[in-house]
Ligand binder design. Structure first.
Ligand code: ADP
Ligand code: MG
Length: 267
């Protein structure tokens, strides 16, 4: 495939509170591709995810992140997400009084907003997607994801189980239709139900219109999602890339061989 990658990360160096965490990370994600980014704890996976989404605490000291051909380094987190870069909310807050449906409608309207203003400076003519149209979109997505109708009426994350939080996340992805979705699955705490929800959701939504970067410590989730590429991050860099079989090798051998291989491969 010679298609231009949607997401291009070039020799990225990132510091947190003056300490360099990412030390030259390069990666390309095209629409239609599923990439798994794996690596031991502390290797910088979440730092990378947070940097992609524009978290202000993460300072890019070198390199670039291009999304649809444009650098996003000067863009705020909300601009990036409106542009079509999606990050599942890792530590979702409960919003009592705001239903899942209302939250999603607000998020979708924000995503649609730039097109509506048309750069003319005039206020948008439309008030976003009409309620009726939104309801049928939501119903369609919930059907696709085999979710119960009542879910949309619940208050966001208010008393949600781990699995229900994941369900809200996946539904958000379905409604917003990002070009690239980044999911940081911080392993621990995800029970098998939650894992299945994420996996089924990614499998239902992944397709020619979306690229996925699935960040995970354990290969467990990759029993349910077959990535096209697997990358192993060690000490702030991708040390090894391969196909789906690399995840199985990591499962069998642990991360040590990648670290050791780093030294061996030079000889
Ligand atoms: P991973 O997700 O691969 O486990 P992280 O990106 O969370 O790795 O962490 C990589 C390193 O960066 C760790 O040494 C961690 O202590 C440090 N780090 C990450 N975020 C912060 C932060 N907000 N403040 C200070 N140190 C951080
Ligand atoms: Mg992490």
């Amino acid at each position: 495939m010679s298609q231009t990658p949607e997401l291009v990360v070039k020799d990225l160096h990132v510091a947190v509170e003056g300490k360099e965490i990412l030390k030259g990370l390069s990666l390309e994600v095209r629409k239609g591709e599923i990439h798994a980014l794996m690596g031991p704890n502390g290797s910088g996976k979440s730092t990378f995810a947070n940097t992609l989404m524009g978290h202000p605490r993460y300072e890019v000291t070198h390199g670039d992140i291009l999304f649809k051909g444009q650098s996003v380094l000067e863009m705020e987190a909300d601009e990036r997400s409106r542009a079509g870069l999606f990050m599942a909310f890792q530590y979702p807050v409960a919003i009592p009084g705001v239903s899942v449906a209302n939250f999603l409608r607000t998020a979708l309207n924000a995503r649609l907003a730039p097109a509506a203003t048309n750069g003319s400076g005039a206020p948008p003519a439309k008030r976003g997607i009409p309620p009726k149209e939104f309801r049928s979109l939501l119903q369609e997505k919930m059907k696709l994801l085999r979710m119960d109708d009542t879910f949309a009426g619940r208050y966001l994350n208010d008393g949600f189980s781990g699995g229900e939080k994941k369900r809200a996340e996946i539904l958000q992805m379905a409604v917003l239709k990002p070009e690239v979705a980044i999911m940081d699955e911080t392993d621990s705490g995800l029970d098998i139900d939650a894992l299945r929800i994420v996996a089924d959701g990614v499998n239902a939504l992944a397709g020619p219109a979306m690229g996925v970067l699935l960040i995970t410590h354990y290969q467990r989730i990759l029993n349910y999602i077959k990535p096209h590429y697997v990358h192993v991050m060690v000490d702030g860099r991708i040390q090894l890339s391969g196909g789906a079989e690399l995840a199985l090798e990591l499962e069998a051998r642990g991360y040590d061989f990648v670290r050791e291989g780093k030294e061996v491969s030079a000889s």
